[in-house]
Design a binder for this molecule. Structure first.
Ligand code: SF4
Ligand code: SF4
Ligand code: FES
Length: 294
């Protein structure tokens, strides 16, 4: 089953890249650097103005090659334009936007060679102002899966390191790199329509990351909490999320693996080495249900 999905993932990524390169993401040398940026503007709920699309002319040869560089340049001309950004390295996940119909991180996405470039806020999110969307519901969902390591009956927490084999650690590769930008969740039709009860791909990817972590021993409770017809099972494996992820992760595959664990088709592998291996005979049992980050 995973092999099939991996092949499918490669096929859809390949087709998408081919499609995009034929249309607009592949830079062309002879493209006029003077571009029109059509950007969504909204002054907030207290504003008397209706939301609108505002056009800005920009010579992109005067700024860096990423979309965020263009936005910063435009903001120099119009300081009222509002958008989120922080690291400009694709790590903080705060600069997610919808560019030419695709969600992306503006700091690691090159300015497309199209004459007209349309920038909108992330789809199906409440807009606070311009390109800034309300992430409260998204992070409440993330918080609900208890995104931290849980150890029961383990006095070693916070006192000694928890052991993990390289092979067990590799199970989390492709999961812990997620920067919680929400590009995947906001491109998921099921999250659009069932967002109040379906957790969405980003949160479910993290749920799987903590379930599969060999050092976490609250697996049964984590899986039990996801056992309803909405939280995970409203994913229909359409794979929009995996296409949208700017970090090249595969949330749809993580959800598929998670669903197999929830339904009992698969079992969490036994850790290769005992996570409490380095415990130094301290006050065992005193740290019941404590939580900590790895
Ligand atoms: S695979 Fe699931 S989570 Fe991903 S876009 Fe489709 S329905 Fe949404
Ligand atoms: S899985 Fe990818 S798209 Fe989704 S939140 Fe994480 S980094 Fe962003
Ligand atoms: S500014 Fe941090 S990911 Fe883009």
């Amino acid at each position: 089953m995973p092999k099939l999905s991996e092949r499918f993932h490669k096929i859809i990524r390949f087709s998408f890249r081919n499609y995009s390169s034929k249309t607009e993401t592949k830079p062309k040398k002879d493209v006029d650097p003077c571009r029109t940026f059509k950007i969504y503007r909204f002054g907030g709920i207290l504003s008397k103005e209706q939301p609108k699309i505002q056009s800005y002319e920009l010579d992109v040869s005067t700024c860096g090659k990423m979309v965020l560089d263009a936005l910063i340049k435009i903001k120099d001309k119009d300081p009222t334009l509002t958008f989120r950004r922080s690291c400009r390295e694709g790590i903080c996940g705060s600069c997610a936007i919808n560019l030419q119909g695709m969600n992306c991180l503006s700091c690691i996405t090159e300015i497309p060679p199209a004459k007209t470039i349309t920038i909108l806020p992330l789809p199906h999110m409440y807009v606070i102002r311009d390109l800034v969307v309300d992430m409260t519901h998204f992070f409440n969902g993330y918080d609900s899966i208890r995104p931290y390591l849980v150890r029961k009956n383990d006095g070693a927490i916070g006192k000694t390191q928890l052991a993990q084999s390289i092979k067990d650690n590799e199970k989390m590769v492709g999961l812990y790199e997620c920067v919680l930008c929400s590009c995947c969740s906001t491109s998921c039709p099921s999250y659009w329509w069932n967002g109040r009860r379906f957790l969405g791909p980003a949160t479910l990817l993290h749920a799987y990351r903590w379930v599969i972590d060999s050092r976490d021993d609250d697996t049964e409770q984590r899986l039990y909490e996801l056992r309803d017809s909405f939280k995970a099972f409203k994913c229909h494996t359409i794979m929009n999320c995996s296409l949208a992820c700017p970090k090249g992760l595969h949330p749809a595959k993580a959800i598929m693996n998670l669903k197999r664990l929830i339904s009992g088709l698969d079992k969490k592998p036994v850790p290769e080495i005992d996570p409490g291996k380095f415990k130094s005979g301290g006050d065992s049992g005193s740290g019941k249900n404590k939580k900590c980050c790895p």
